[in-house]
Design a protein around this ligand. Structure first.
Ligand SMILES: [Zn+2]
Length: 130
């Protein structure tokens, strides 16, 4: 009898937003700030197989970059602050926003990979007949 037979299904959205294991929804996904744990402490799922790497970072960079540029332009057009105000505000917003958005985005992608049974296909075998 497998884990799925004895435990309720966990929503990828729940597991992602709470940064929890995609199978049990209870064990923490991360072992540190953005380091995916090797195994779930509750259900012993191998979490390294589903590590999404830098994939979610691209989306976060694009979304956060657009938002920061928009607000920087709005601040400049409304208040016209000295340049040091921009230099003091935006790096902090970018770093804090990236970390805050990257944790749940990475967890959501891992949960979706688990739900859809996505896995590494390995290297392409070029010796196979066409
Ligand atoms: Zn688990």
């Amino acid at each position: 009898m497998s884990w799925e037979d004895t435990h309720p299904h966990v929503s990828p959205l729940y597991a992602g937003l709470h940064c929890r294991c995609p199978r049990c929804g209870e064990g923490p996904l991360y072992d540190g700030l953005l380091q995916v744990a090797e195994r779930c402490k509750v259900c012993d799922l191998d979490l390294q197989k589903a590590d999404s790497g830098d994939g979610p970072a691209v989306f976060i960079i694009l979304i956060l970059g657009a938002v920061v540029v928009l607000f920087a332009l709005l601040l400049e057009s409304w208040v016209e602050p000295p340049i040091w105000v921009h230099l003091a505000i935006w790096p902090v917003v970018i770093i804090a926003g990236a970390v805050a958005m990257l944790r749940p985005a990475k967890a959501l992608l891992i949960a979706l990979q688990f739900k859809n049974k996505a896995e590494d296909t390995g290297s392409l075998d070029h010796d196979e007949p066409q």
